[in-house]
Write a protein of this length. Sequence first.
Length: 395
Amino acid sequence: MGDVTLEHVSKHYDDVTAVDDMNLDIDDGEFICLVGPSGCGKSTTMEMIAGLTIPSEGKMFIGDREVTNLPPKDRGVAMVFQNIALFPHMDVYDNISFGLRLRNYDKEEIERRVERAAEIVQLQGMLERMPDEMSGGQRQRVAIARAIVRNPGVFLMDEPLANLDAKLRVHMRTELQRLHKELDTTIIYVTHDQAEAMTMSDRIAVIDSGQLQQIDPPLVCYNEPANLFVAGFIGSPSMNFLDGEVAADGFSSTNIDVEFDPADLGVEPGTDVTMGIRPEDVYLVDEESLVSNPSHRIDAVTDVLEPMGDEIFVYLKLSESAETDLEDTSGVANDQLLMSVAPDTDIAEDEDVTVVLDRSRVHLFDTATGEAISHGIETPVQTSGAPGTEAESDD
Ligand code: ADP
């Protein structure tokens, strides 16, 4: 009933392609987040599903019905927007029931639906309040209740929490998850806040320049990003990227090499590759634990430290000339590495340190196409104590 399918859907505005050949298969009851940078086509995708914008090409289905050219009211979808437009002169009951009254539902049916919706969003006892007597979060719940009473097969939510303060946003996230469980309805949710996407959705659809980059459960996008864009977009702070090439014995770059047999990964020596490693997969080690695998050591100097409470971000310089730019920590930097360490770690700025990478968490991408080559590099089994044995980590 609430399955949503987009087949080769595009939307062009003059010379702008807002959505480019999008294919989506959303199952009934799924909670899907559309994420991506501003202008990537999230809202346009949503508006096309709602019927507010007609695609230039492609077909759309909701359930087994083709809806490509159907008006919004015939699609069985309800939308909740970022800007909550409640009628200021109507109380909560009238605001929630407005659409039903307009469609001449009988009084008892309206009462039954409003009561159920109020219960789901926990607004019982507030039905006689006026909008200006409510908090931002409560008003947003009225807007959601107004969508619920329509019994839609699909909920479309476009940044519904964007105007709420940080604490309320976190609270409303939990409420939306509860709501989804209770209603068991498809929810398609647009957000640029990846914490929202990671915590709430069954699957995340990552979009860039109107094109779908990956659609997978949050942890798959995090652990096995399909390409450089997804790897850099999902995760905060961003993954470290270093450009290099495949040498006869593995990845080789200005300051960091990672040994492996190129044949194992099916890459030709000479290929330009970008290595990615997340800050939490870089480990501080002491000389003693390095005795068995000197080839894995990376010597660095600590630069800026950012204590976050539950972890410390340590900006490492891999060369004398490296400069930490806190304004822009995304993208490729061959002489820097961001590491995350436990909050009680004894570490200071301008200190010589040695770190290792968790090889099982090293990502390799084809620099030319951006496509992922591998996630994690197996460490060959070696005789004990021989160089190349895996470093100890507490992972
Ligand atoms: P997002 O929601 O991800 O921020 P949008 O879907 O709003 O992105 O926009 C995608 C692209 O399409 C942007 O470049 C935007 O400027 C363009 N666009 C969106 N709506 C229109 C429109 N009505 N006319 C012209 N260009 C538009």
